[in-house]
Design a protein. Structure first.
Length: 252
């Protein structure tokens, strides 16, 4: 999804993109494909779970040029019942899905404040708005992102900083990360559609970008329905609580 978003932003006039990944081969493939179209691309191999490495990489990015749009989209999922998680699973999920977004934003934000503008996009998940079996730690990590991201938005807004913050909460996106997920009543979101929605959200300064449209009803349903009724309507009726039964995840 990061590659598709980058391509759309470049097509719409972005001067250059700085791409991070932990996998050198995939990063180079993406950069080569974008450069073939004449786009300016800078790459860096970064493990965002290592805060010191992330801080150093952020400094290198700022040295390349001012970061006007920051898209925080790194994420992992273990996909097991909570008791099957190791302590390392818990730590790594929270480090990558939550803490890394905060640390990176903390490094990039001062430059945006100094310039009086910028846009921060935080990729959370619909899983951050409601429970789902076999996703407890993932849900926790995304729940935290939503709370932090929207609070950051309010701080930037009240401070009249000129910096915009958009929080993205998609349903399952077919990036390969959720291989094995079965959701017959609410299909997985196609990657190009998700990328277009994110870019459109930036252009329109959306507070939240949710996809598909039904996800916009989740906060209302969570607020109005008693817990067990929500379980019955969403978990059992829409079969959301069965979607992870055959989860495999991305092949290594």
């Amino acid at each position: 999804m990061g590659r598709t978003v980058a391509e759309l932003l470049l097509a719409k006039g972005a001067r250059q993109v700085i791409l991070w990944d932990i996998q050198p081969e995939l990063l180079e493939q993406t950069a080569t494909a974008l450069r073939a179209n004449g786009y300016a691309v800078v790459t860096d191999i970064v493990d965002v779970s290592r805060t010191e490495d992330l801080i150093a990489a952020a400094a290198r990015a700022e040295a390349v040029g001012p970061v006007d749009i920051l898209i925080n989209n790194a994420g992992i999922i273990v996909g097991k019942e909570f008791v099957a998680h190791t302590h390392a699973d818990i730590d790594r999920t929270m480090e990558i899905n939550t803490a890394a977004l905060m640390h990176l934003t903390r490094e990039i934000l001062p430059g945006m404040l100094a310039r009086g503008g910028g846009h921060i996009v935080n990729i959370a998940s619909a899983a951050g708005m409601g429970p789902n079996p076999r996703m407890s730690v993932y849900c926790a990590s995304k729940w935290a992102v939503i709370g932090w991201s929207d609070t950051l938005r309010v701080e930037m807004q009240r401070g009249r900083t000129g910096i915009k913050v958009t929080t993205v909460t998609p349903y399952y996106v077919d990036t390969g990360m959720f291989a094995g997920v079965r959701s017959p009543l609410l299909p997985l979101v196609k990657t190009p559609k998700a990328a277009r929605a994110i870019v459109r959200g930036i252009e329109r300064d959306r507070i939240f970008v949710r996809m598909p449209a039904l996800i916009y009803a989740m906060p209302l349903m969570r607020g109005l329905l008693p817990g067990r009724l929500y379980d019955w309507v969403v978990g059992d009726g829409l079969r959301v609580y069965r979607t992870m039964d055959h989860f495999r995840g991305r092949e290594k």
